[in-house]
Design a binder for this molecule. Structure first.
Ligand code: NAP
Length: 260
């Protein structure tokens, strides 16, 4: 049973991956959709069934709780799917200065962006075969430290580093890993991250459909990193070439200005 699994499928990039994957992988039998908002997942299931006739299994669960992994493990053991693609898109931001943020909120962001993604990857890997894909949604925030969103930036650096290392480890098994590193995207992200996207970010805002289309093309080409748009490609290059002090100064200016 050829299966794709998408976390964070109730909105934004995850939902867009779930919409575009059936066009990318024509022979899929099922998509498993994971997020907390069941009404959104039901709507998506109806849409996908209508459009591509694909069977959708819903896990309306919190990835910060253990039970979802037990539930998934039980279904994986029973159904033994051939997981063709895992998309780890569930994630949360925290675009507030470290000192003013509740530490519990910060550890929640780390738990979702890093621990949940790692656990999902480990769980699904046993059911992946030659040609399977792991798609981890990181961010352009991974390219440099993010004053003003320090923990968020650090979680995304983790996702990028993990993905690149896994890409190497798994290439012998012909399992391909791609880290998706977009700049600002028009989703619900900034609403939940703690601040509306400021003027600087709004200018760069990309549309989720385009970001996901580019990501899936890069996945097909087995690229380890997918970066959407010239601005973010430029940011990646600058972050590699500029001295650390300069990079940190620039990011501090950008993140402070983006609040206005
Ligand atoms: N938007 C941007 O500007 C941007 C830029 C670069 C990278 N990213 C990354 O892209 C990924 C997707 O974000 P997005 O922009 O699509 O934002 P979004 O629209 O807010 O989507 C976040 C998704 O994560 C799910 N989620 C959040 N907490 C969860 C939990 N505890 N358990 C299960 N699911 C949970 C949400 O579903 P429920 O609320 O229904 O659980 C939702 O489906 C994130 O990793 C984000 O860091 C976003």
């Amino acid at each position: 049973m050829k299966t794709a699994i998408v976390t964070g499928a109730s909105s934004g990039l995850g939902r867009e991956f779930a919409r575009q994957i059936p066009k990318f992988y024509r022979g899929l039998d099922e998509i498993w959709l994971i997020a907390r908002r069941s009404d959104r997942l039901e709507e998506l299931r109806e849409e996908l069934t209508r459009q591509s006739g694909i069977y959708c299994r819903i896990y309306d669960s919190d990835l910060l709780r253990d039970y979802v992994y037990y539930h998934l493990q039980r279904d994986l053991d029973a159904l033994k799917p051939d997981i063709r693609m895992l998309v780890n898109a569930a994630g949360a931001g925290c675009t507030e200065p470290f000192a003013g943020t509740d530490p519990e909120r910060l550890t929640g962001v780390i738990g979702l962006n890093c621990a949940a993604l790692t656990r999902m990857t480990g769980l699904c890997l046993r059911y992946m075969n030659r040609g399977s894909r792991i798609v981890n949604v990181a961010s352009a925030a991974a390219f440099a430290p993010q004053p003003g969103a320090a923990v968020y930036g650090a979680t995304k650096a983790y996702v990028l580093s993990l993905s690149r290392a896994l890409a190497r480890e798994l290439e012998k098994r012909c399992i391909f890993v791609t880290a998706v590193c977009p700049g600002p995207v028009e989703t619900e992200f900034f609403r939940t991250a703690g601040e509306p996207a400021g003027a600087a970010r709004r200018k760069l805002m990309a549309c989720p459909q385009h970001v996901v289309r580019q990501a899936l093309k890069d996945v097909r080409k087995r690229r380890a990193v997918s970066v959407y748009g010239c601005a973010m490609k430029g940011a990646k290059t600058v972050s590699k070439l500029a001295p650390d002090r300069l990079t940190d100064w620039i990011m501090n200016r950008i993140n402070t200005r983006s609040h206005t």
